[in-house]
Design a protein around this ligand. Structure first.
Ligand code: FMN
Length: 310
């Protein structure tokens, strides 16, 4: 079984990838998306989204980190893919799942699931440009408004030569509303041979087992669940006990310390609050902690309050 850490724009950044991959064994991470419109980005931009490129494309614990691109123009996508791989990204992931209005209005992300032939052109062009053995993987939802084209999309992606397809088992219209339709991944699996990865609503070991059984996929991707329970990957793999609350608070403090030196550190107070909000799902203590930090704006004040929990 492979377990992949999901890309989450504005949440799973360099520091988060580092901490989560140090807390358990992931096979792969995908970066937040690089939005490609009509230019080729230079190294500094890729390094900003994926500082791991300076570390051979891996987190400090050695997990490969693949750059994700989002866009609609095959040539611009291909040119950016070549740069990212040249900088050390172990392959490229292409995002056909993003539901954001601004992204979709500009014909990027999930809106393209209405045009399987466009998916084909993008993936094929990127695949031709990126040298083997680098992987070109794709992440999609089941559709835009309906699931009618899900199989056509998967086939287009397979025919274009993608090496792996992750399916977030919902349409764009469903947003993040439960349930995830794992059984529809199973239906697709009957028709394609490309390795499929099941994604959506895996919050526990039981969910992982059920998702693998229902979808028929060996491999899974976990996103929000890994933020709610930072050692979810080890809980799934080894039936480990959930990380104790003191350990979680220690991770929160490490996250702040880790990200402190980067120029955009102004975002840290809101990132910490955001993470504590995710933690509420698993830890009753996070409710109280959130109430205690929510009005604080200074990072040091927030850290002091979190440190009292340890
Ligand atoms: C805040 C947020 C940001 C996300 N950013 C991305 C992204 O940059 N690229 C992408 O392919 N998916 C993105 N996703 C989708 C997740 O990768 C994943 O498919 C989704 O959260 C379902 O999996 P989960 O139930 O395990 O969280 C994002 C999801 C959330 C909640």
């Amino acid at each position: 079984m492979k377990i992949i850490l999901a890309p989450m724009e504005g949440v799973v950044d360099y520091a988060m990838r580092d901490l989560l991959t140090a807390s358990g064994h992931y096979d792969l991470c995908i970066t937040e998306f690089v939005r490609v419109v009509d230019q080729v980005y230079r190294a500094p931009y890729f390094h900003k989204i994926c500082p791991e490129l300076r570390q051979n494309g891996t987190t400090r614990s050695g997990t490969p980190v693949r750059v994700q691109l989002l866009g609609q123009h095959p040539d611009w996508m291909a040119e950016n893919a070549v740069v990212a791989v040249g900088l050390g990204s172990p392959g490229i992931d292409i995002n056909f799942g993003c539901p954001a209005k601004t992204v979709n209005r500009n014909k990027g992300g999930a809106v393209l699931l209405q045009e399987p032939e466009t998916l084909y052109k993008i993936v094929k062009r990127v695949r031709e440009a990126v040298p083997e053995p680098h992987a070109v993987s794709v992440k999609m939802r089941l559709g835009y408004e309906t699931t009618d084209l899900a199989l056509d999309c998967a086939r287009a992606i397979e025919d274009a030569g993608a090496s792996m397809l992750t399916i977030h088992a919902r349409t764009k219209a469903e947003g993040y509303r439960p349930p995830a339709h794992w059984h529809l991944i199973h239906d697709i699996r009957q028709q394609v041979t490309i390795p499929l990865v099941a994604n959506g609503d895996i919050w526990s070991r039981q969910d992982a087992e059920k998702c693998r059984r229902v979808s028929g996929c060996d491999d899974i991707m976990i996103g929000r669940g890994a933020l709610c329970l930072p050692n979810l990957v080890t809980v799934i793999r080894e039936d480990a006990a959930p990380m104790p609350w003191a350990g979680v608070c220690d991770l929160l403090i490490q996250y702040a310390a880790f990200a402190r030196d980067i120029p955009a550190r102004g975002y840290l107070p809101s990132r910490l609050k955001q993470w504590v909000r995710y933690l509420k799902r698993q830890y009753g203590q996070a409710d109280i902690l959130f109430e205690n930090i929510k009005r604080h704006r200074q990072l040091d004040d927030i850290i002091t309050i979190i440190a009292r929990e340890i």
